[in-house]
Design a protein around this ligand. Structure first.
Ligand code: GMT
Length: 369
């Protein structure tokens, strides 16, 4: 098949998933055209059958803001026409799915649109009255729609009252390849526990709860915190660590491509989000044998089992997350057992092969093959 894939190229999970799906499809012999504003971080190396198309919205003095959605739709139509694309797979409803529908109008119905809903395109942005009609149209008019968890599928039906099939195709993870245990020495002194958080530091991630949990943990045991990523709440988190006298125990790495090395050296992964349709970062931690302490929200209970691969705590309950972390950190045998079952679950339930099979089968269905 000849497939277009459109995604954000920021460090978010939707771009990661889109790129990994594209790489897997190309490895299976399909021709894949990735469209995004810049090269997605996971599109490393030179691979056969993968083509990258940069989407740029040209400025013009009349425009208050260059119309990215139109530029994206134009690029999609151009690539679809000149490369005979059969599928345009849009990751995240706005603007990718809406632009794909416009591209389909431009080139004809032989181009099928598949939309993958990732999270805030439904739970936050989609439910915003200023975007709702277009997200609803994208869901109704796509030839195929997927959601990354049961939770997100139900949220989509509830919010948009649409009556169409939405297939749950979860995110996936590959077995980690890098092993760099020496990084641990940079992150923590001998005997100190390493807690890690990875996100885009947006308000939905509740990074201040990470700081509060760590503040309590460090009063009980020697520990270090690694904060990977960047975003609006980073400064507040840094200020908190300084104001409370533990800045030297927290390492803010900023955006980081090599999260594998950090996770190899981590003991507990903290994810206190207000909502999380899936929680790809938690799945990546699990693949590295790192138990997860997270909030019982959204799709997280579908990703890991409470009391088996990690602990699910009530939203905002810093004390519960602290106790859950300490339970794992004070008991290496328990932590190893949780880590092992987390890894097994990640690499079986969320193995790449069968999940990419699901996408391939969906493409064939919408093509009527
Ligand atoms: O929806 C977002 O906030 C952005 C998106 C992203 O690009 O990171 O995250 C969502 O999609 C990820 C990949 O499917 C999921 O793992 C995240 O849970 C989800 N984020 C939220 O639901 C907050």
């Amino acid at each position: 098949m000849r497939i277009g894939i459109s995604c954000y190229s920021t460090f978010g999970g939707s771009g990661v998933v889109a790129t990994e799906v594209g790489k897997a499809l190309a490895a299976r012999g399909h021709e894949v055209h990735l469209l995004s504003p810049t090269v997605p971080p996971r599109l490393l190396g030179f691979e056969d059958r993968i083509f990258f198309h940069e989407v740029t919205a040209s400025p013009y003095p009349l425009f208050e803001a260059a119309p990215f959605s139109i530029a994206l739709a134009s690029k999609m139509a151009d690539v679809a026409q000149h490369h005979n694309l059969e599928i345009m797979h849009a990751h995240y409803a706005i603007p990718h799915a809406s632009a794909a529908l416009l591209a389909r109008m431009a080139v004809g119905d032989q181009l099928k649109v598949v939309t993958t809903l990732h999270g805030t395109d439904i739970t936050v942005v989609g439910a915003d009255p200023s975007y709702l009609p277009m997200v609803k149209l994208a869901i109704r008019a796509s030839d195929g729609v997927t959601a990354v968890s049961e939770y997100l599928r139900e949220e989509t039906y509830r919010t948009f009252q649409v009556q169409r099939p939405i297939e749950v195709i979860p995110n996936f993870v590959e077995p980690p390849t890098t092993e760099r245990p020496e990084c641990r020495q940079w992150l923590a002194p001998e005997g100190a526990a390493v807690l890690t958080h990875i996100s885009n530091f947006r308000p939905v991630k509740n990074v201040m709860d990470v700081m509060r949990v760590f503040e309590r943990v460090r009063q009980q045991i020697p520990a270090r915190l690694v904060m990977v990523g960047d975003g609006p709440d980073r400064v507040e988190a840094e200020n908190y660590a300084r104001a409370h006298g533990f800045a030297d125990e927290v390492r803010f790495t900023g955006k980081q491509l090599d999260i594998s090395s950090v996770l190899d050296c981590s003991d507990v992964f903290l994810l206190p989000s207000a909502t999380e349709s899936f929680g790809l970062a938690a799945l990546e931690a699990m693949a590295h044998r790192v138990p997860v302490v997270a909030t019982r929200v959204g799709g997280l209970p579908e990703v890991f089992r409470d009391g088996v691969d990690g602990f699910l705590c009530p939203l905002g309950d810093v004390e519960a997350m602290t106790q859950a972390s300490l339970k794992l950190l004070k008991d290496p045998v328990l932590r190893a057992a949780f880590g092992e079952s987390a890894r097994t679950r990640a690499l079986t339930t969320f193995a790449e092969g069968p999940i990419v099979d699901q996408y391939e089968a969906l493409y064939r269905r919408v093509l009527g093959a």
